[in-house]
Each structure stands twice: as C-alpha cells, then as structure tokens.
Design a protein around this ligand. Structure first.
Ligand SMILES: Cc1cc2nc3c(=O)[nH]c(=O)nc-3n(C[C@H](O)[C@H](O)[C@H](O)COP(=O)(O)O)c2cc1C
Length: 193
C-alpha cells in the first residue's frame, strides 16, 4: 500500500512489461508472469510479455551481441514501458542465468525510476533468496522494486491442470503485488506531470 493516495483513474494506462527467468509462457515462472500481466490488464494496463524462447537474447559479451536486433528491440521496448512484472525460478539459491542475462541487457536509461514487482518460483521450500538478489541487483539499475513480493515454494503443486491457482490466498497476494506496481506507476506519473 502506498503512503499517498493516487487517483489512478485520471492517469493514462501504464505499459507493463513481463519478464521471466524461464523460457516459454508455459513454464512456471512464465505462468506467474502471465497471471500477473492478465490481472494488470484487467485493471487497465497495457501489457507486453517478452518470451526469450520466441526472441532469444544473446549472452552479454558473446560475438555479435552488441548488434543483435532482438537486444535493440528489447531495450527499446523496456524504455517504452512504465513498470515491470518479473518472475525467476530459484536455481542453486539465486535467480536463473536467463533472468540475470535478461537484466544484464537493461541499464538505468531503460528502467531507472520505474517500479518492479518481483516473484520467484521454487521446486523446494519457499524462501526469499532470489527475491533479495533481484532487489539488490535492481539498485544498480536505479529501479524501484515495490515492497510487496511473492515466492512460490513447491511450485509444481501451485496450479490446476488448466493453469489456474490452487490456492486463492496465493492469487490474492499476486493481485496485491500487481496493485502496488500499478499504484506506484500512477504515483510516479502524477509527479512527472
Ligand atoms: C539448475 C537448477 C537449480 C535449481 N535450484 C533450486 C534451488 O536452489 N531451490 C529450489 O527450491 N528449487 C531449485 N530448482 C527447481 C526450480 O526452482 C523449479 O524447477 C522452478 O521454480 C520452476 O519450475 P518448473 O521447472 O516446473 O517450471 C532448481 C532447478 C534447476 C533446473
């Protein structure tokens, strides 16, 4: 919850970019991001999902990476967005390599001063390692992760066969996280008017 009351109805639709630390929208992290994006859209946001399976980003530093067309498109898309909804799987106690490499293509000029909602999926017990690591990393990009966050432990049990959440409380927490990102977008937009 933000300390200031913001009239979100008077703001134009925020553009929200979804990023996943796993390939494909059908991966568990992809599903989390798309649930979050769909809820954001229901609240009036314009949404975009970047799927690294469809438009791969090269490793930072590999031959040809600085001229890569997907990278240019990704950076320009990020610049055009007002907020971000991100989910990484926890791999060996931290974010996945795909997630870190995705963040490594972003700089202050693309995401600085913009809110992020952070989520993490885990095969084992829920913990905040990956969320904390992403939060620390975003400081170097001058981005603004909102205080709300979501770690989903034992993620293979989190969804029904049709992909909906088994646990309503988890879905409610996801909505609180997305609301916080949208409210922060509205607050920042009102300050820049
Ligand atoms: C290389 C690798 C390392 C992993 N390390 C952890 C870990 O440290 N803690 C954990 O809870 N799960 C770990 N997992 C499980 C993933 O977090 C889990 O697969 C992921 O959240 C997404 O689920 P999905 O693979 O069903 O899409 C690991 C998986 C892989 C492939």
């Amino acid at each position: 919850m933000l300390p200031l009351e913001v009239d979100t109805m008077t703001q134009s639709s925020p553009r929200i970019l979804g990023l996943s630390g796993e390939y494909r929208s059908g991966s568990k992290s992809g599903m989390m991001v798309n649930h979050a994006l769909n809820y954001a859209e229901s609240k009036g946001a314009e949404i975009v999902f970047w799927d690294c399976a469809v438009k791969p980003l090269p490793f930072v530093g590999e031959d040809g990476c600085w001229e890569d067309e997907n990278v240019k498109e990704f950076q320009s898309l990020a610049s055009s967005c007002d907020g971000f909804l991100v989910c990484s799987p926890e791999y060996h106690g931290t974010m996945s390599g795909v997630m870190k490499n995705t963040f490594d293509w972003l700089y202050d000029k693309h995401v600085g001063g913009k809110p992020f909602g952070l989520m993490s999926t885990l095969g084992g017990m829920q913990n905040s390692n990956t969320l904390n690591h992403m939060r620390i990393m975003l400081r170097w990009l001058h981005a603004w992760p909102v205080p709300e966050q979501l770690a989903v432990g034992h993620v293979k049990d989190a969804f029904d066969e049709d992909g909906s959440f088994v646990d309503n409380a988890l879905e409610n927490r996801l909505h609180v996280l997305v609301d916080s990102v949208l409210d922060t977008c509205a607050l920042f937009a009102s300050r820049s008017e």
